[in-house]
Design a protein around this ligand. Structure first.
Ligand code: FMN
Ligand code: MN
Length: 476
């Protein structure tokens, strides 16, 4: 059964030992961030903060909600120990069967309604997450809702939001992200304000889907329904026609006016580094806030992998790339956006490799949506599990020839957050790419290929079983 709301999910996480409550006071200014970062770097449970400095008892916070594979598997209503490859394939199966949301009259997110002058975002414990951030970040684990002016199609995305003051905040979502594309191509040409809703604390799959790279025109809400196996319940906003998940903790309604910009950033990012200097970005001006009683404020603490985005993307982006590769008829057996690689590297396994297959794989990845965020492609044969970094690295170091195996594309479009770009390259989006061909050359005699030496590969089955029995008799 899918989870109805965040609260049900958190209760389940607690039962599984994946949630830690903090009943002592915790500071929204850096301390909650530090506790979260420590959790991410040492695989500790998701921290749930029950007492926040400067705030009444009814303001709570939670972070790292989907920061590891186990929590994602639980959110998908699967066994907590489901292996990565299975999770990716199951995600793909369900994504292909979208379920449309239903609209309901009201929901828990309407328990409190503040409109216009009553709005004060500082009534929520908006955290300073890392030292050096440009401000308090109100949106780091949420979904941001916008609607296409012409078609009525609704998009969900997760884009960072830095608080400017009690009634406004910024957004980082340049094209090809859908919020930026929609603002630039649909609302700006007509000089119309674009309604926006930022939703914190919806049930885990809806939030997960806000960070899923589906094409323009496809609703993340339908994908969420498919993943849940049950439609998402939506309710209308107070000040616009946008629809938002009814069981959310907090809904912030506002709008972006074309040309209305203010400096935003820097922010500690998923790349593992603080992103460049503050720069002008669109402003969301708030018109209303609705929230549940005792609202739970959700956030994430990006930084050196792992973080929530790395975990989420290792499932949904891997699935997306795998689907794209298969749709082109390539003999691909697995694809994995390496969680330790900050979304920059993907490992792809192929069977029946032929001359040039690694290049074909790489170009499909780069032409896929958001492929520009993944400039390194590692192609292995299917005796290597692409989800096993140890095996992938071994193949890179032993099968990839430093000359003919490493293929550089010197001139390519860049995603500006990539840390190895210079300021100039970042500004003009001038990047580069590489693919590593870790397949044996096709013109080597098959009988003379190096034979891998591992337990599974260099002993007959009966000797393996004998060895295992002996180990078992010693309790291992
Ligand atoms: C925790 C987290 C934070 C993110 N922050 C941003 C961000 O600030 N800007 C951005 O463009 N994408 C960000 N992303 C990635 C987008 O959510 C992702 O690319 C998503 O597919 C965008 O939605 P869209 O495809 O509808 O544009 C973030 C993802 C996660 C998981
Ligand atoms: Mn989208």
């Amino acid at each position: 059964m899918p989870f109805k709301d965040l609260r049900e999910f958190l209760a389940r996480l607690e039962k599984e030992g994946e949630l830690q409550k903090f009943d002592e006071e915790v500071d929204w200014n850096l301390e909650a961030g530090a506790i979260s970062r420590r959790a991410l770097e040492t695989d500790l449970p998701a921290p749930f903060f029950e007492k926040i400095k400067d705030y009444p008892k009814d303001r709570r916070m939670v972070s790292c909600v989907l920061a590891n594979l186990k929590r994602i598997a639980i959110a998908m209503d699967m066994a907590p120990d489901t292996p990565m490859r299975e999770l990716i394939e199951e995600y793909l199966r369900r994504q292909k069967k979208p379920v449309k949301p239903v609209t309901v009259k009201t929901g828990p997110c309407k328990e409190n309604v503040l409109i216009g002058d009553e709005v004060d975002l500082l009534k929520f414990p908006v955290p300073v997450i890392h030292e050096g951030d440009g401000g308090r970040y109100i949106g780091t684990w949420h979904l941001t809702v916008t609607r296409d002016l012409n078609t009525g199609w609704t998009n969900w995305g997760m884009y960072r939001h830095m608080l400017h003051d009690a009634k406004s905040f910024g957004v980082l979502a340049p094209a090809p992200k859908h919020l930026g594309t929609m603002a630039d191509q649909k609302y700006a040409p007509q000089n119309l304000p674009m309604p926006v809703a930022v939703v914190l604390g919806s049930e885990p799959i809806t939030t997960f889907c806000a960070a899923t790279p589906v094409p323009y025109g496809v609703s993340e809400a339908d994908i969420a329904g498919g993943l849940r196996g049950e439609p998402v319940e939506l309710v209308k906003c107070e000040t616009s026609d946008l629809l938002v998940p009814a069981h959310s903790e907090i809904v912030i309604e506002g709008e972006i006016t074309p040309g209305d910009e203010r400096d935003e950033g820097p922010f500690g990012e998923y790349t593992g580094y603080r992103s460049g200097l503050a720069s002008p970005k669109p402003v969301i001006r708030v018109k209303a806030v609705t929230f549940r009683n005792d609202p739970i404020f959700t956030f994430s603490c990006p930084g050196v992998p792992l973080d929530d985005s790395a975990s989420v993307f290792s499932v949904n982006k891997s699935a997306q790339f795998l689907d794209e590769l298969r749709s082109k008829g390539l003999p691909v057996t697995g694809a994995y956006l390496i969680v330790e690689g900050a979304s920059h590297a993907i490992a792809v396994s192929v069977k029946n490799a032929y001359y040039g297959i690694a290049g074909e794989v790489a170009h499909v990845i780069w032409s896929a949506r958001h492929g520009l965020l993944t400039p390194s492609v590692i192609v292995v044969e299917d005796d290597v599990d692409p989800c096993n970094l140890q095996q992938v690295f071994h193949a890179m170091m032993t099968k990839c020839h430093p000359g003919r195996g490493i293929n550089k594309i010197e001139h390519a479009t860049a995603w500006p957050l990539i840390p190895w770009l210079s300021e100039h390259e970042r500004k003009h989006r001038m990047g580069a790419r590489v693919y590593y061909d870790c397949t044996w050359p096709v013109d080597w005699d098959r009988a003379e290929l190096p034979v891998r030496q591992s337990f599974a590969e260099c002993y007959p089955k009966e000797i393996q079983e004998k060895a295992l029995r002996k180990w078992r008799s010693h309790g291992h």
